[in-house]
Design a protein. Structure first.
Length: 240
């Protein structure tokens, strides 16, 4: 689970858990999410939320009502559900860390996972990953759904022009830091036999100012250290 140490919140009563299933909404439901965030969650809605909702629907997710909260923790505002049953949502902090006022998260059966620090960063990431696909795999629908917001955040063709072969490296350099991308970076270091770089990246992942309020970096780094110990013990059999 990602989220740890969440405080009790004064507006929790405003997030009732309904006993109904997720309510299905069409792409025009952005007004419902925006008014919910403004009037119920009592905070400023992300400027480009309506475009993210359109993009989520375009890639096959089902837009759900922000008031459909069965089985969800009180701090999340649901946006959409994918075929696996995971819910893409916004996290409404009691006291938001700087730069993470409303991060985009994925609510799974056993935890809350950070997808991006904010809506714009997530839109940017989706567009880069779509652009990195072969032309035969991308029909441009996500770029169309992102509309003006997408044009401001990313220019189509930018990934190819950068001549960076790995999309994860491009994301880290040009878009921002993402937990899953850093974890894949650590795993690649191990696969390449570079244990030192794996440990350094794992330690970097836990810096308190990178993903404040989320516990996953510490859990993952503990696994990295355990793996490093196992490798050292295995190698010691051949040395001594």
């Amino acid at each position: 689970m990602y989220a740890v140490g969440l405080q009790r919140i004064p507006f929790a009563a405003s997030f009732p858990l309904h006993q109904a299933r997720f309510g299905v909404k069409c792409s025009s439901s952005s007004f419902g999410h925006i008014s919910f965030i403004r009037d119920v969650a009592v905070t400023q809605p992300p400027e480009n939320l309506q475009y993210l909702l359109k993009m989520l629907q375009t890639r096959g997710e089902t837009i759900i009502s922000p008031g459909s909260r069965q089985g969800l923790i009180p701090l999340v505002i649901p946006l959409s559900a994918n075929l696996s049953g995971a819910v893409t949502a916004l996290l409404r902090w009691p006291t938001a860390p700087a730069g993470m006022e409303m991060p985009v998260v994925e609510v799974r059966k056993h935890g809350v996972w950070l997808l991006a620090k904010n809506v714009d960063q997530y839109i940017h990431r989706i567009l880069v990953e779509e652009d990195a696909k072969n032309l035969s795999e991308s029909n441009g629908a996500l770029f169309h759904a992102s509309s003006e917001a997408g044009k401001k955040l990313y220019r189509r063709g930018g990934f190819a022009e950068s001549q960076i072969s790995n999309v994860d490296i491009y994301l880290l350099k040009e878009v921002g830091l993402f937990p899953d991308v850093l974890e894949r970076k650590v795993k690649r270091h191990f696969e390449q036999g570079d244990q030192v770089s794996a440990m350094v990246t794992g330690e970097f992942y836990t810096k308190k100012d990178l993903f404040p309020g989320f516990g996953r970096p510490y859990v993952f780094n503990a696994e990295v250290l355990m793996k490093s110990v196992e490798i050292c013990l295995h190698l010691s059999k051949f040395i001594f």
